[in-house]
Design a protein around this ligand. Structure first.
Ligand code: FES
Ligand SMILES: [Fe+2]
Length: 358
């Protein structure tokens, strides 16, 4: 499966974002995650439930059923499943069926619900990406602008896209200053929970900066910046606005020119399609709903531009990848590194799946 040597491009033993927390309600919803249709709903006490989404009786989608207390009642013949998956009622028999529908671990953390569809014995909530590192829930930081895009393309194309920001001035040409990403100096760092790429460059004050930091915080000349990209795993990547390291006319960087992390939650829907969850955290203009809205609109626009580019690639990929070898260049370094990391994860899972059961 391009660009990997395994037949699948999906790493299963990870926590992936299943949904924004406010999407899961007492009205069951269905979402296909890692190729599996999953019914998502909340118990009466508010806890989220993730259950295999197809009724075992006649394969009706369970999310089209209704809730009775904490149980999900199939909308076709009324088979009823408790939140643990146990079939507790078959109306035509007046009993349960002694059958258990698969359910999956789901963890609600702030505005996100994470699901584990991998091996049960490897499931550890400690593997959810580190919130303190992305400043989720950190005092002095604001979470904002959640948005969602559906992508008719394999998840790895989105990972490639995020690891190579030289596409900025071409795909996102409305962002002034994007040329600073065309050929920046780069250094990499292996951190405890992420592989980090730092791009370093110089940035003039632009119209885009005015919208983010406010006109009153402008400067003359060129500021030095670091731009961080952190690969936490195939499920989450952080990019973000340039973080100023030196600003002309200032001895220290004014706090108003703060940091905004842009988070990219990547959840394979199938081998060839992806759920793309976006949100951001920032440590400046904390009360600005105007900035929240600007960031939301900007994110939606930017992600849509990426979606269009990636879908154009996916649509031709079978032909392209079998016809011509990829031309990899210097700027592909981080993307290639990340592909290797993911290939390792895929290889490990492929070996495990071949091991005879103990
Ligand atoms: S298909 Fe669900 S009860 Fe028959
Ligand atoms: Fe992009």
């Amino acid at each position: 499966m391009y660009p990997f040597t395994t037949t699948t491009g999906i790493v299963r033993n990870r926590w992936y974002i299943a949904a924004f927390a406010d999407e899961i309600t007492r009205q069951p919803m269905e979402r296909t995650l890692l190729g599996t249709p999953v019914a998502l709903y909340r118990r009466e006490d508010g806890a989220p439930v993730a259950m295999y989404g197809i009724c075992p009786h006649r394969y009706f989608p369970l999310a089209q059923g209704t809730l009775r207390g904490d149980a999900l009642v199939c909308g076709y013949h009324g088979f009823t499943f408790g939140p643990d998956g146990k079939c507790v009622a078959v109306p035509s028999q007046g009993t349960g069926a002694g059958f258990c529908q698969p359910t999956y671990p789901i963890e609600e953390r702030g505005p996100l619900c994470w699901i584990w569809l991998g091996d049960a014995d490897k499931c550890d909530p400690g593997l959810i990406p580190p919130y303190d590192d992305i400043e989720m829930g950190t005092p002095g930081w604001r979470y904002s602008s959640p948005n969602y895009a559906h992508l008719k393309g394999r998840a790895q194309l989105l990972v490639d896209n995020l690891m190579d920001l030289t596409h900025l001035p071409y795909v996102h040409h409305h962002i002034s200053g994007g040329e600073a990403m065309a050929d920046p100096k780069m250094r990499e760092e292996q951190r405890e929970r992420s592989y980090r790429v730092v791009r370093m460059g110089k940035l003039p004050w632009t119209g885009f900066n005015v919208l983010v930091w406010g006109a009153e915080n402008g400067y003359e000349g060129l500021a030095d910046f670091d731009q961080l990209t952190d690969f936490y795993g195939p499920e989450l990547i952080r990019t973000g606005f340039p973080i100023m390291t030196a600003v002309p006319g200032h001895d220290t960087v004014p706090p108003e020119l703060g940091t905004m992390h842009i988070m990219h939650g990547i959840t394979p829907e199938t081998e060839h399609s992806t759920h793309y969850f976006g949100f951001s955290t920032r440590n400046f203009r904390l009360d600005s709903t105007e900035l929240d809205e600007f960031q939301y609109q900007s994110d939606c626009k930017i992600r849509q531009q990426d979606v269009v580019a990636i879908e154009a690639v996916e649509a031709r990929l079978e032909h392209s990848a079998s016809t011509q070898r990829e031309l990899l260049v210097r700027s592909d370094g981080p993307a290639v590194k990340v592909r290797r990391l993911i290939q390792k994860m895929l290889d490990a899972e492929a070996v495990e799946s071949k091991e005879p059961a103990a």
